[in-house]
Design a protein around this ligand. Structure first.
Ligand SMILES: NC(=O)c1ccc[n+]([C@@H]2O[C@H](COP(=O)([O-])OP(=O)(O)OC[C@H]3O[C@@H](n4cnc5c(N)ncnc54)[C@H](O)[C@@H]3O)[C@@H](O)[C@H]2O)c1
Length: 461
C-alpha cells in the first residue's frame, strides 16, 4: 500500500534551486515509498514455531536441506525411502515431509501425523500420496510438474536429428563391425515441418528450439494459444498430420488422448514421416504404429514412454509387460528409451529448488499456489513497516456459514486483505489483520479454531 509523507508542507518548503516542482518531488517521494514497499516484504514466521521439524527422505537435494535449515527449521535427512510402518512410528513429530516416488503416504500415515502441515513430492507425480486423505486433514501437497520441460524438449531435438540421419542404425551397425556409409534417406531437419501436438510447457519450448534449427513449426492444441516465433496453430489434428514431416506428441494422458494416434491417424500422416512420443504411452496405439512402420508408410519413430513400464531398473522390457515388446524391439528405425525425457541433473536440481520453495512459502506465508489437492490461495505480502499485522490461515470444511463465523471473530480488527477458495470438501481462507497485540492472539486463535468446521488454524507474524 502506498503511504503519503506525514508532513507534505515540509516538502513544499524545500523547492530545489534546480526548479524541480513540488509535484515532481511529491511524486518522486511517493514512487520511492512505493518501490520500497514492493521490495521489502516482511518475512513472516509461524507463530507456533516451537521449532518446525521437517523430514526429508529419498536423498532429496542437500540444497533443499540447507535452505530449510537457513530458515531455522530442524531437518532430518535420509537417503532412503520409509515403509508405511516406519512412517507410522516416526511421522507424529514432524510438521513437513519431503519424499520422492518410493515413499507412500497412505491415509493411515496421514492419520498418524497430527502435526503434519504440508507434503512435498520432490518429483513429477503425486500418486504415491493419498491426496484426498491429505486434503481432508488440511495438508496441501506440492510437486514440480514442469521443471523438466526443457530436458524433454532437448531430447526431442536429438531424436529429430537421430531419426532423420538414421543415427541409431548406423551406430548399431558399426558396433557390430559393419561399415555402412550412406546418404540415401538421410536428411537435414532444416526446412522440414515439425507438427507439435499439445503446445503446453514442453511443446512451446520445443517450438522455439526447432525454429532455431530452421524448421517450420505447426501445432495443434485444444486451447487457442499465442504461437511463439513463426509457429502456426492449425485447426485440426488431421491437418497437422497431413502437413508434418515429423509429428511429436506433448499432451497429457486423458480419456480423449488415449490412442489419439491409431491406425486412422497414422494413415493421415505423410508417407515417409516420423512419429515421436515423449508424452504418455497410451497416447499411441503401438501395434498400429508397428504395422505402419512395417508397411514403410511411417519411416521411423522414437518412443520414450509405454503403456506398461517396468517398476525398477533391470526389470525386462518384454512381451509379458507389453505383448508387442519383442516385435517393437526388432524394428531398426525405432529409437526406444526408458522414460528418460525429463531425467537430467538440471531437472533434478530444479525440482529440488521448486518444491523446497513451495514448502517454505506455505509454512512461512500460507500460500497454496501450485498445490495439487488444495484450493490455491495467496495474498500479497505484508510489507516491512506493517509490524503489527498478522496473517490468519484457516483451513476448514467446505460448508455454509464458516466465513460468517470467522469474520465475526476478526471483526474487532481492520482486515487489510482477505481471500478464500474451496476445492471439494476443503476450503481455505487467508486474512491479514492490522494492529493486533500479541497478547490477544491466543484468545483469537482459540475462537477461530473452535469453529465447528475448523481443520487447521495457523497465525503467521
Ligand atoms: N518423457 C518424460 O520423461 C516426460 C517428462 C515430462 C512430461 N512428460 C509428459 O509430457 C506431456 C506434456 O507435458 P507438458 O508439461 O507440456 O504439459 P502441459 O499441461 O503444459 O501441456 C499439455 C498441452 O496439451 C494440450 N492438450 C490437452 N488435451 C489435448 C488434446 N486432446 N489435443 C490437443 N492438445 C491437448 C493442453 O491444452 C496443453 O496445452 C504430459 O503427458 C507429461 O506427462 C513426459
Amino acid at each position: 500500500m502506498m503511504s503519503i509523507p506525514s508532513n507534505p508542507t515540509s516538502v513544499a518548503a524545500s523547492i530545489s534551486p534546480t526548479g524541480t516542482s513540488i509535484h515532481d518531488r511529491f511524486r518522486a517521494a511517493r514512487r520511492q515509498e512505493s518501490i520500497s514497499d514492493i521490495r521489502q516484504p516482511r518475512i513472516l514466521h509461524p507463530l507456533e514455531n516451537e521449532g518446525l521439524r521437517i523430514l526429508l527422505l529419498e536423498n532429496i537435494s542437500l540444497d533443499a536441506v540447507a535452505a530449510f535449515r537457513a530458515q531455522g527449521y530442524h531437518v532430518d535427512h535420509s537417503s532412503k525411502a520409509m515403509s508405511e510402518d516406519e512412517l507410522l512410528e516416526k511421522i507424529g513429530s514432524y510438521h513437513a515431509i519431503g519424499i520422492r516416488s518410493k515413499t507412500k503416504i497412505t491415509e493411515r500415515v496421514v492419520k498418524a501425523a497430527p502435526k503434519l502441515l504440508v507434503i512435498g513430492c520432490f518429483c513429477i507425480g503425486t500418486n504415491q500420496v493419498d491426496l484426498q486423505a491429505a486434503a481432508r486433514a488440511g495438508i496441501p501437497v506440492f510437486n514440480s510438474p514442469f521443471s523438466n520441460s526443457r530436458s524433454v524438449a532437448e531430447l526431442v531435438m536429438s531424436e529429430l536429428i537421430a531419426l532423420s540421419r538414421q543415427l541409431f542404425e548406423r551406430a548399431y551397425e558399426l558396433r557390430t563391425g559393419i561399415w555402412n556409409k550412406q546418404s540415401k534417406g538421410c536428411w537435414e531437419i532444416r526446412g522440414k515441418t515439425l507438427g507439435i501436438v499439445g503446445y503446453g510447457h514442453i511443446g512451446s519450448q520445443l517450438s522455439v528450439l526447432a525454429e532455431a534449427f530452421g524448421m517450420r513449426v505447426l501445432f495443434y492444441d485444444v486451447v487457442n494459444i499465442m504461437p511463439l516465433g513463426q509457429a502456426r496453430q492449425v485447426e485440426s489434428l488431421a491437418k497437422l498430420l497431413g502437413e508434418s514431416d515429423f509429428v511429436t506428441l506433448h499432451v497429457p494422458e486423458l480419456p480423449e488422448t488415449i490412442n489419439m494416434i491409431s491406425k486412422a491417424q497414422l494413415a493421415q500422416m505423410k508417407k515417409g514421416s516420423y512419429l515421436i512420443n515423449n508424452a504418455r504411452g497410451r497416447v499411441v496405439d503401438i501395434p498400429a504404429l508397428v504395422d505402419a512402420i512395417k508397411s514403410k508408410h511411417i519411416a521411423g519413430a522414437a518412443l520414450d514412454v509405454f503403456p506398461s513400464e517396468p517398476g525398477a531398473n533391470g526389470t525386462p522390457f518384454d512381451d509379458q509387460l507389453n505383448s508387442w515388446a519383442s516385435t517393437l524391439r526388432e524394428l531398426p528405425n525405432v529409437i526406444l528409451t526408458p522414460h528418460i525425457g525429463g531425467s537430467t541433473e538440471e531437472a533434478q536440481k530444479m525440482i529440488g529448488d521448486e518444491v523446497a520453495q513451495a514448502l517454505s512459502r506455505y509454512l512461512g506465508y500460507g500460500s497454496t499456489v501450485g498445490a495439487v489437492n488444495f484450493p490455491e490461495v495467496d495474498l500479497r505480502a505484508i510489507t516491512a513497516e506493517h509490524i503489527n499485522h498478522i496473517r490468519v490461515c484457516h483451513i476448514h470444511k467446505n460448508q455454509p456459514g464458516v466465513l460468517k463465523q470467522v469474520n465475526e471473530a476478526l471483526s474487532p480488527y481492520n482486515v487489510e486483505k482477505q481471500y478464500s477458495d474451496s476445492k471439494g470438501e476443503v476450503a481455505y481462507l487467508m486474512a491479514d489483520i492490522a494492529d493486533v497485540s500479541f497478547k490477544e492472539l491466543p484468545q483469537l486463535k482459540q475462537r477461530i479454531s473452535s469453529i465447528d468446521a475448523n481443520i487447521i488454524t495457523r497465525f503467521l507474524a
